[in-house]
Design a protein around this ligand. Structure first.
Ligand code: CDP
Ligand code: MG
Length: 663
């Protein structure tokens, strides 16, 4: 391996300090501007110190690959020899590999087989400021492991965001790498002032405002948006300009293109990966629409989603910084200065955004021990923990209400591999078993997004009339299927602009419909990878509802014979939301997708169910109460009266059973 350092990189000035700190301390924190050389140079410093088994983690696959490639080039070795990478489904390492680029998720998975991380002598946790669940898990695990592995060295790197937290956690020194940056002019161009039609138009206007020379980096929220923008900007036929997409699922060769020399101008359309993990060279201008897909657990929707959200001020300044590296830059923000100033300073760590049940499930499947003892940087509160444990028990993911994860069931393990909220994951697994996964995939995807049916305040009646066509009398879940079939038909029949118009006229939110499709295909793909059989839509509705029910056992309600009010789990009282197809003629027993508190408790998205289904799906939760055992001469057995309760809801009020079978 050839080890040399580029004198132009800011980190090179601190080389000796970093090496000394690594010699003297078990953990070192290196903070510095993006592009200062942390990712590419730190593993070389570790190598120079004699380290030969270095794990170097990246939050994203695309970065793991491209950093490995870059490092192999710099060290003049073949990729997969001394420098390699391993991501899911793709391992480019060998016996000779001393520097191993991995995703943080992959290192977590390795922990299960190698509890001491004995195959490594050094771990570099890169991009720790991202504070994903994986990073928080790794930091907590390392904190526990380090006393038992005194020979293991850890380097934590972070953009200059909240670095002291890491240093305090490990009692580690911080080495700041000063970036050499040029001034960046910020221009605010909110759509209200430019009169832009939509985001694509606003981007095009920003492009035309910038000089014809110099590469532009545009931050987009996802692959879909990038594809659309690529087509749109290609249509503009800018002279001597190449439009380059950059996102995780892009083929490796296409990703590599951003690092190649090129004539003319480039407009790079990238996801958040270009914010801190990948430095696209030669960028002079940045266009920042101000959004990103952020993993967030919605309290209201009770699902794990990846909604597109306004970015924090810290992210905005990182993005702007991407064009001040080689010369003065200009960053055009497609929002107003007031908007910027009203945004949160930082993005919350994922653990604070995620359903605790989901965190618990991940911890159990990774065998990380009891959540209450785990040294989290931001420990979750105990109330949320016990709610999460109860929910997992309800779903049959844990076989006892312990937080140690010892009781993880087979179902729980499978649920942990599905990228949805645990309730929805449970539904998908039940659906597979009942042969109705095709239908449930559609419904679960719909539950993962905001309702695509729009109801503008001033046109509520017109909207309701349009939406009534999709209504199903006994099930709001089935109306998702009806809507889905309609949308699919129309999309096949109409041109894309005609389809957009139809959506507008019929009060359907086009972007959310698109998101519905995206979520659906992602879930379907994951389900297939897990060996489930998606099939098609059109299964027996009873089965569909039974599958949904296994995720909604604490969302069951029984109606008073005369009233409209339902008795729910743990004495909660709710009514069916007025927008539901069941509101007019509420059935005796229902399940609801969500319980919403607005003055009173409402059950939203409801379906009629049978008590027998609940008894079966909730067998691990129901209580049986017996009374009046007596000898029945006619049956020749001891008989008793049985009452079956689920969370206090009487599923069976009075049933005659043979007592001998129970006792
Ligand atoms: O990690 P940090 O953001 O501090 O910097 P880095 O990723 O190590 O990047 C240091 C320099 O290497 C930057 O100027 C990058 O543009 C360059 N680089 C590159 O040209 N090709 C790569 N595949 C990776 C980095
Ligand atoms: Mg980096």
């Amino acid at each position: 391996m050839k080890i040399s350092y580029d004198p132009a990189l800011p980190i090179t000035d601190r080389h000796d300090d970093i090496a000394a700190a690594m010699r003297d301390h078990q953990v070192v924190v290196v903070a510095g501007e993006t592009g200062s050389g942390k990712t590419t140079q730190l593993p070389k410093i570790a190598y120079e110190l004699g380290r030969r088994a270095i794990a170097h983690t990246q939050p994203r696959r695309i970065a793991a690959r491209s950093v490995a490639k870059r490092l192999a080039d710099e060290c003049e070795v073949d990729l997969g020899a001394e420098v390699g990478y391993a991501v899911r489904f793709d391992d480019q390492t060998s016996e000779a590999t001393a520097i191993r680029l991995v995703t943080d998720g992959l290192l977590l998975a390795e922990l299960q087989r190698d509890r001491q991380l004995s195959r490594y002598d050094t771990v570099i946790i890169d991009e720790a400021h991202e504070r994903s669940l994986s990073i928080d898990f790794l930091l907590g695990y390392l904190k526990q492991l380090l006393p038992r592995r005194p020979d293991l060295k850890v380097v934590i790197t972070s953009a200059t965001i909240d670095v002291e937290r890491f240093a305090e956690m490990f009692d580690a020194p911080i080495i700041e790498v000063s970036g050499r940056t040029y001034p960046v002019e910020i221009r605010y161009r909110p759509p209200a002032e430019t009169g832009a039609d939509d985001e694509l138009d606003a981007i095009a206007q920003a492009v035309s405002e910038l000089p014809n020379e110099g590469d532009i980096l545009v931050f987009m929220s996802g692959e879909r948006e990038i594809r659309d923008a690529t087509d749109y900007l290609n249509g503009k036929k800018y002279p001597r300009t190449e439009i380059l997409p950059l996102f995780g699922r892009l083929a490796a060769a296409d990703q590599q293109k951003i690092f190649s020399n090129h004539p003319g101008r480039r407009i790079v359309l990238a996801t958040n990966v270009a914010e801190t993990s990948l430095t696209v060279p030669g960028i002079r201008y940045v266009i920042d629409p101000g959004f990103a897909r952020i993993s967030r657990f919605s309290q209201r929707l009770k699902v794990q989603r990846l909604p597109i959200e306004p970015i924090s001020q810290a992210s905005a300044s990182q993005r702007a910084g991407r064009c001040g590296r080689v010369a003065d830059g200009i960053c055009i923000r497609l929002y107003s200065e007031e908007d910027h100033d009203s945004r949160p300073e930082f993005t919350d760590p994922e653990i604070q955004r995620t359903n605790l049940a989901s965190v618990l499930l991940q911890m159990a499947s990774l065998d990380l021990g009891d959540i209450k003892d785990f040294p989290f940087l931001d420990p979750p509160d105990s109330r949320a923990i016990s709610d999460g444990i109860n929910l997992l028990y309800e779903l049959g993911a844990l076989d006892a209400k312990k937080s140690g994860g010892r009781g993880l069931t087979k179902i729980g393990r499978r649920m942990s591999t599905l990228p949805t909220d645990p309730r929805l994951a449970r539904m998908l697994l039940a659906a597979d078993k009942l042969g109705c996964l095709g239908d449930v995939l559609v419904i679960v995807s719909a539950m993962s997004i905001q309702d695509p049916r729009e109801r503008p305040l001033d046109r509520q009646q017109a909207a309701d009339e349009m939406h009534r066509r999709f209504r199903e009398p006994d099930s709001d879940f089935l109306s998702y299927l009806t809507l889905w079939k309609y949308i699919r038909e129309m999309r096949d029949e109409l041109s894309s602009s005609a389809f957009r118009r139809l959506c507008r006229d019929e009060f359907l939110h086009w972007l959310r419909i698109r998101e519905w499709h995206d979520v659906h295909s992602q879930l379907r793909r994951t389900a297939k990878e897990m060996g489930l059989k998606p099939g098609t839509v059109g299964a027996d509705p009873d089965r569909v509802h039974q599958a949904l029910l296994s995720g909604l056992l604490s969302h069951v309600g029984l109606r008073d014979t005369d009233g409209r009010e339902y008795l729910g789990a743990r004495q909660a009282k709710f009514m069916i939301f007025p927008g539901s197809g069941l509101a007019k003629k509420p059935p005796r027993m229902v399940m609801v997708a969500e319980l919403v508190e607005t003055g009173r408790l409402w059950g939203r998205t409801a379906a009629k169910i049978q008590p027998e289904w609940v008894e079966e799906a909730g067998a691990h939760l129901v209580n049986h109460v017996y009374s009046e055992p007596h000898w029945s001469r006619r049956r020749g057995a001891v008989m008793a009266r049985e009452k079956v309760l689920l969370f206090g809801i009487p599923l069976v009020a009075d049933r005659l059973v043979q007592y001998g079978r129970i006792d």
